[in-house]
Design a protein around this ligand. Structure first.
Ligand code: F6R
Length: 242
């Protein structure tokens, strides 16, 4: 596990965007695994700036997002479809056909999950997976539980995640209680992983990711087994590491 500690959120975001830039430069048809949430917003901003200044071309890039809420229309401003359009896709030259986000509105969960897994496989697998991390060390929406889930699946969100995500909704009652997420297995299969975290609130989760016992109670702990992972942190998120 490589760990880069940055002085602040801005530096973390710049470094993360540079990693994606080199990935796309080396392989213009890269398959990117993408995350939503507050953490990668700065990275997306940097990528949009790089695109605007002609440094990066997304025309052959393929993307797969980690997750989407269950039964939240994609037009809802809280949906992850909306988030991705607003923060990245509307501002770059990605081919909409190359964008994949789980369809949370489906009535056939099993079929949707299988189709999603197959689409990742057909694209040749994920070259680099961007991850944030929950305070409870969830990755994607893989919450602490008794066993690691392999593939894309429907998950019940934990009260702590519902509470954390309530800041984006009018009230906590409006937060969906379920989501479709790539499994820890689908995430683990990515050739490279880049996890981003900032702020003191993530320090315990980061500590447990790096030094914790490997258990599905700490979903990110499985990443200790991954051969090519970099953690890009600000000082606060890294504060418990030494
Ligand atoms: C988002 C996702 C989540 C977030 C995590 C951290 O697609 O999969 O695992 O990365 O909840 O969220 P923020 O960045 O808002 O603290």
């Amino acid at each position: 596990m490589r760990i880069l500690v940055c002085k602040d959120y801005d530096e973390m975001s710049k470094k993360a965007a540079q990693v994606i830039l080199s990935q796309i430069t080396l392989k213009p048809n890269s398959v990117l695994g993408l995350a939503t949430g507050s953490t990668p917003i700065g990275m997306y901003k940097n990528l949009v700036e790089m695109y605007e200044s002609g440094v990066v071309d997304f025309s052959d890039v393929i993307t797969f997002n980690l997750d989407e809420y269950h039964k939240l229309p994609i037009t809802s401003t809280q949906s992850y479809h909306y988030f991705m359009q607003e923060n990245l896709f509307n501002h770059i030259n990605i081919n909409p056909k190359n964008v994949h986000i789980p369809n949370g509105m489906t009535d056939n969960i099993d079929e949707e999950c299988e189709t999603y897994e197959n689409a990742i496989k057909d694209a040749g697998g994920i070259d680099i997976q961007v991850l944030g991390i929950g305070r409870n060390a969830h990755i994607g929406f893989n919450e602490p539980t008794v066993s690691f889930e392999k593939g894309t699946h429907l998950v019940d969100l934990t009260p702590s995640t519902i509470e954390a995500n309530a800041r984006f909704f009018e009230s906590i009652e409006n937060v969906p209680k379920k989501a479709i997420t790539m499994g820890t297995g689908s995430i683990f299969k990515a050739r490279k992983i880049m996890m981003l975290a900032y702020g003191e609130g993530k320090a315990d989760a980061v500590y447990n990711t790096v030094h914790g016992k490997i258990t599905p109670e700490i979903p990110a702990s499985i990443l200790q087994f991954h051969g090519d992972i970099v953690l890009i942190l600000d000082k606060e998120a890294a504060s418990k590491l030494d």
